[in-house]
Every structure is written in C-alpha cells, then in structure tokens.
Design a binder for this molecule. Structure first.
Ligand code: HEM
Length: 124
C-alpha cells in the first residue's frame, strides 16, 4: 500500500466521520426518532466506521512516513481531535439543544486536524 493510498483512505474516513456528525446534529435538532428511526442508527454506525478508517489509515500514513514514538505534536493534536469526535456523538444525543454549537465545534475540530496535518506544528 502506498502513502497516497493511505492518504486517500484516510480522507474517505474523515469525510464519513464529519458527514455523519453533521447529519446527527441536524437530526438531533429537527428529526423525529419515532418517524425516522433508521437515520440516527445509520449515521451512528457510519460515524464509528469512519473513526476506525481514520485511525487505521492514519497509522498507515505514520508508518509510511516513518513517524515513530514519541509522536510529534501534530499527531497528538489529531489524536485528541479523533477522541473528541468519538465522544461528541454522546453529547449530540444527550443534549440535542446543543446540536448547532456542536455542529460548529465539529467543523472547528476537523479544521484543526487538517491544519495540524499540513503545518506540522512543533515539526515532524
Ligand atoms: C488518530 C488519529 C489520526 C492520525 C494518526 C492521523 C494521521 C495523519 C497523518 C500521518 C497524515 C499525513 C500528514 C502529512 O502528509 O504530513 C494525515 C493527514 C491528514 N489528516 Fe489525519 N490523522 C488522524 C486523525 C485525523 C482526523 C480526526 C482528521 C479530521 C477530521 C484528519 C484529517 C487529516 C487531513 C485533512 C489530512 C491531510 C491529507 C492530505 O495531505 O491530503 N486526521 N493524518
């Protein structure tokens, strides 16, 4: 598997994760679970799959880039973003009134991860 293969798979995982988060926020805000139970179930499953794909391809990228432990700062930033993106689903479901701020927070998290991936704060 090439570096570029892992990069594409990593990005597909990212798109799956943020599209699911966005959908869960909108559904929490305007959706009706009784009428449309399939959507939250599907989006929650896709969110989980997205996170796994991001993680596996992300570590594939690290291996190809020969980035070893201890991780450089940019990897820690992305790992924390990944953890928060995992936990945020619970908040969306427990506090649907926060759906809009959580939507913006998800966008900010993804932007921080992209920034860290391109700028490598603290070096490689
Ligand atoms: C454990 C979690 C993660 C790991 C180990 C990881 C690892 C990586 C690595 C090694 C790169 C390549 C950096 C380079 O080219 O110098 C990368 C690129 C990237 N990552 Fe992650 N990442 C993780 C989570 C995330 C998350 C949660 C997001 C966004 C939601 C994200 C978005 C991106 C983006 C946009 C790129 C740039 C791809 C490109 O160069 O075209 N990553 N990631």
């Amino acid at each position: 598997m090439t570096l570029e293969f892992y990069r594409v798979v990593h990005l597909i995982g990212v798109f799956l994760t943020i599209m699911s988060l966005s959908g869960l926020c909108v559904f929490a805000s305007v959706g009706n679970k009784e009428e449309k139970p399939m959507w939250p179930r599907l989006l929650t499953a896709l969110h989980g799959i997205g996170l796994v794909v991001v993680l596996v391809a992300g570590f594939g990228l690290l291996a190809k880039m020969k980035v070893d432990w201890p991780w450089p700062t940019f990897v820690w930033i992305k790992f924390v973003v990944w953890l928060v993106m995992g936990g945020i689903v619970v908040l969306i479901k427990r506090a649907p009134r926060l759906a809009l701020p959580l939507w913006w927070i998800s966008l900010a998290l993804a932007s921080a991860a992209a920034w860290a991936a391109k700028m490598h704060p603290g070096g490689l």
